[in-house]
Design a protein around this ligand. Structure first.
Ligand SMILES: [Zn+2]
Length: 83
């Protein structure tokens, strides 16, 4: 019977592979999305600025474009209710 134990060394190699993966591009400005200290490299969800579920955006675009758009959308739907 074969053993499928993963050593600490092997785990380290898997981590290195993850770190050398190509950075994800921001779909709004085209810049590479920075990896956070916790290892999160997928940035933010750019909806409603895109319809593509796979699109991701950087922190800068998230705070300067996505969040204002969401707030705008909130106000727009509020106004609709008043009419
Ligand atoms: Zn961006």
């Amino acid at each position: 019977m074969k053993e499928y134990r993963v050593t600490v060394e092997q785990l380290g190699k898997i981590k290195d592979m993850e770190n050398t993966e190509k950075p994800i591009k921001c779909c709004l400005c085209g810049e590479d999305i920075a990896v956070t200290p916790t290892g999160w490299r997928y940035g933010n969800n750019p909806q409603p600025l895109t319809d593509n579920d796979e699109d991701r955006c950087c922190d800068l675009c998230n705070s300067t474009k996505v969040i204002p758009k969401r707030i705008e959308g909130m106000f727009a739907s509020k106004n609709k209710n008043i009419e």
